[in-house]
Design a protein around this ligand. Structure first.
Ligand code: MG
Length: 382
C-alpha cells in the first residue's frame, strides 16, 4: 500500500490519478489532496477518497469547502503557500504527485524533497525554473523524481534495463498542435477556441495553449536535460501528429527503443506512482493496421520559435530558463483572456528573454526574483 499525496487533484492529471487509485484501492491510500479553486469537485473527491489533509488556495475557498462537508467528513483543511508546503511534506505520505500548474509548483517541490518524499513530477515548470537546484537537492536527500510528463515517462521507460552512459540521443516527439499546417500569415487570426482544441491529448487550458505554440515542447527539452542529465544537443524534436510514439531513446550501438501507446495520461501517471510495477489500466492498444503508418517531420522553427528559445535558455542557463517560463505564463494568461493574439505570445517571450540580465549559478532566491521580474516585464509589454 502506497500513501499518496496529490497536489493539483482537480486538474486533468489529478483526476486521472484518482481514477487509477479508484481502480486499485488495495494499492493506494490518499493522504493529502490539494487544489486551488474547484471546491465542488474537491469536496466530492474528499468524500470518496477520505484524505487526512486538504489544501485550497485561500481562506475564502477553505470556508466554502468546509460548508460543503459534514462535520464527520472533514479532514484538516489548510490554505495558501504554507498549506501547499505542508501538503508536499506531509509526514505519512510515501510519494507526492506534483500536478499543480506553472511556477506555483516550485516551492512544494522543494518542500517535498526537503522532507525526503519521492516525487511523481507532472509540473515541468519546476525543473525548467530550478532544475539544477532541484536535482542536486534530490540527490542529497536520496529522493527519486519519477516523470509524469508522457514524453519523459517514455524516455524513463525506454531506459529501464539500460545504462545511462549508453544513451546517445533522445527523440522527443510532439503532436505539433492544431496549427502545424497553418501558414505564419494566418497566425494572427487564430482564435482562442481553436487553440484550446488539441488534436490528440485532453489537458488543461495552459498546457493546451503551450502545445499549440510548441512552448510545451520547449519546456520539455529543458525538463529532459535535467531529468536525464543530457546535453541539449542530443535532443531532437520530432513532430508526430498521431501521438502514438511518446518518445524514443537512441543508444550507442544504433538501437532505438520507442515507448508507444494510445495518448492517455493514465499510463505515465500509473508508472510514476507505482514504479517499478505496471498496473492493469484496461487501456486499448493502438490499432496499427488501421493507423497504417506512423508519421514524423521536422518542426518549423520559423513558425514556432519556442524550440529555439529553449535551446538558447539551456545554453545560457542561469536564470534565463525561469524567465522564459514566466514570460510564457504571462503571455498565455493574456491570450486566454483574449488580450493579445497568438503571434504576440512569441514576441513577448523573445523580448523578455532579450531584456534579461542573466544570473549564472543562481540561488533559489535569484530564480524567484527573476521569475517576478519577468512577469512584470512581460506584463508591461502587453
Ligand atoms: Mg508532455
Amino acid at each position: 500500500m502506497k500513501h499518496l499525496s496529490i497536489l493539483g487533484s482537480t486538474g486533468s492529471i489529478g483526476r486521472n490519478a484518482l481514477s487509477i487509485v479508484a481502480m486499485h484501492p488495495d494499492k493506494f491510500n490518499i493522504t493529502v489532496l490539494a487544489a486551488a479553486r474547484n471546491i465542488i469537485l474537491l469536496s466530492k473527491q474528499i468524500k470518496k477518497f477520505k484524505p487526512r489533509m486538504v489544501v485550497v488556495l485561500d481562506e475564502v475557498h477553505a470556508h466554502k469547502l468546509e460548508s460543503l462537508l459534514e462535520k464527520n467528513q472533514r479532514p484538516e483543511i489548510m490554505f495558501g503557500t504554507k498549506g501547499y508546503i505542508n501538503a508536499a511534506s506531509y509526514r505519512n505520505s510515501d510519494i507526492v504527485l506534483l500536478a499543480m500548474v506553472g511556477a506555483a509548483g516550485l516551492m512544494p517541490a522543494i518542500a517535498a524533497i526537503k522532507a525526503g518524499k519521492n516525487i511523481a513530477l507532472a509540473n515541468k515548470e519546476t525543473l525548467v525554473m530550478a532544475g539544477d537546484i532541484i536535482i542536486s537537492k534530490a540527490k542529497e536527500k536520496n529522493v527519486t523524481i519519477y516523470p509524469v510528463d508522457s514524453e519523459h515517462s517514455a524516455i524513463f521507460q525506454c531506459l529501464q534495463g539500460n545504462k545511462q552512459k549508453d544513451l546517445k540521443k533522445i527523440f522527443l516527439t510532439a503532436s505539433g498542435g492544431p496549427f502545424r499546417k497553418k501558414s505564419i500569415s494566418e497566425f494572427k487570426n487564430i482564435q482562442l477556441k481553436h487553440a484550446l482544441n488539441h488534436p490528440t491529448w485532453d489537458m488543461g487550458p495552459k498546457i493546451t495553449i503551450d502545445s499549440a505554440t510548441l512552448m510545451n515542447k520547449a519546456l520539455e527539452i529543458i525538463e529532459a536535460v535535467h531529468l536525464f542529465n543530457l546535453n541539449p544537443c542530443s535532443i531532437e524534436v520530432l513532430i508526430h501528429p498521431q501521438s502514438i510514439v511518446h518518445s524514443m531513446v537512441g543508444f550507442k550501438d544504433g538501437s532505438i527503443i520507442a515507448q508507444m501507446g494510445i495518448p492517455d495520461m493514465k499510463n505515465a501517471i500509473s508508472y510514476a506512482i507505482s514504479f517499478p510495477r505496471r498496473l492493469e489500466l484496461e487501456l486499448e492498444f493502438p490499432d496499427f493496421t488501421s493507423i497504417k503508418e506512423l508519421y514524423f517531420e521536422k518542426p518549423d522553427t520559423s513558425k514556432f520559435p519556442s524550440l529555439e528559445f529553449a535551446f538558447e535558455a539551456c545554453k545560457q542557463g542561469g536564470t534565463l530558463p525561469a524567465v522564459m517560463n514566466a514570460a510564457n505564463e504571462i503571455a498565455v494568461n493574456n491570450f486566454l483572456k483574449q488580450k493579445i493574439n497568438f503571434p504576440d505570445i512569441f514576441k513577448i517571450i523573445r523580448k523578455t528573454m532579450e531584456l534579461h540580465k542573466n544570473i549564472h549559478n543562481p540561488e533559489l532566491s535569484d530564480i524567484i526574483d527573476a521569475d517576478i521580474w519577468a512577469r512584470q516585464i512581460s506584463q508591461s509589454l502587453i
